[in-house]
Design a binder for this molecule. Structure first.
Ligand SMILES: [Fe+2]
Ligand SMILES: [Fe+2]
Length: 252
């Protein structure tokens, strides 16, 4: 049964939160959603920073630098939105300590701390930029919280660019590293990328949908991603890995 949205797009601003004109539960859900979004952007920025230190292909450096600057900006935008409603960066990150260890954060954490080499960079970009584009484009651009919808609009434009980079690189990676190496990288990264959307049907998402902070369940978004990417794999003669059906997904 679809969950009815109770609060229209862009109808709440920071003043409404700070003057306590909204349900305190709305504020709690919003804060948690923004803290998760901010951390994902920050880890993505750290991943590009790491890529800058571990990749020596000069052709990739300008794009890595551009993406790094933009991801830092995305993180700043969301942390600023949190600050406006009384939560600083440190408190926001602290509230995410448990979430950080969940399978949904495996992709950004791995990118920030362990990824190395061009194939990892490419896979991280697919796993974070393409997924981010879907999450932000589908879910956040019509948020009931106007500052999140505004930030989403800015982020979206740049993520679209990152996504173009990733899909162009995918074709080039096949030529440079061979089909088998790319397939292997997919097997390593795709479960993580799909898990990045988070578990389906949670109480948290139910509240997000009801409050108009999201428009679709995580599972629907994950499906958009797998459909899109498996089609691209088909075009390039790559194998899109089979995954187990339940969250967290693993190789089947
Ligand atoms: Fe981003
Ligand atoms: Fe990005």
């Amino acid at each position: 049964m679809p969950i009815r949205r109770e609060i229209p797009s862009r109808s709440i601003d920071a003043a409404a939160i700070n003057e306590r004109r909204v349900d305190p539960h709305y504020t709690r859900i919003l804060t948690r959603l923004l803290a998760a979004h901010a951390l994902a952007e920050k880890l993505t920025a750290l991943g590009y920073q790491r890529a800058l230190e571990t990749i020596d292909n000069p052709e990739l450096i300008p794009t890595i630098e551009k993406n790094l600057a933009e991801e830092r900006k995305h993180a700043r935008l969301i942390y600023r939105a949190l600050e406006e409603i009384g939560m600083n960066q440190q408190a926001a990150d602290r509230s995410m300590i448990t979430v950080l260890k969940a399978p949904s954060f495996d992709a950004p954490s791995y990118f920030a701390g362990h990824a190395s080499g061009e194939l990892d960079l490419l896979m991280a970009s697919i796993s974070l930029d393409t997924t981010g584009l879907i999450m932000i484009g589908v879910n956040y651009k019509d948020s009931s919280y106007a500052p999140h919808a505004d930030a989403a609009e800015i982020i979206l434009e740049e993520e679209a660019d990152h996504e173009i980079f990733a899909s162009k690189q995918l074709g080039e990676a096949v030529a440079k590293f061979g089909t088998e190496a790319v397939n292997e990288a997919f097997r390593k990264w795709i479960p993580r990328a799909v898990n990045f959307f988070g578990p389906p049907g949670t109480g948290f998402t139910y509240d997000c949908l009801r409050y108009g902070l999201k428009t679709r369940d995580n599972e629907d978004l994950a499906e958009i991603f797998t459909t899109m990417l498996s089609r691209r794999c088909e075009q390039l003669g790559l194998d899109f890995p089979e995954l187990t059906p339940g969250y967290p997904h693993a190789l089947a």
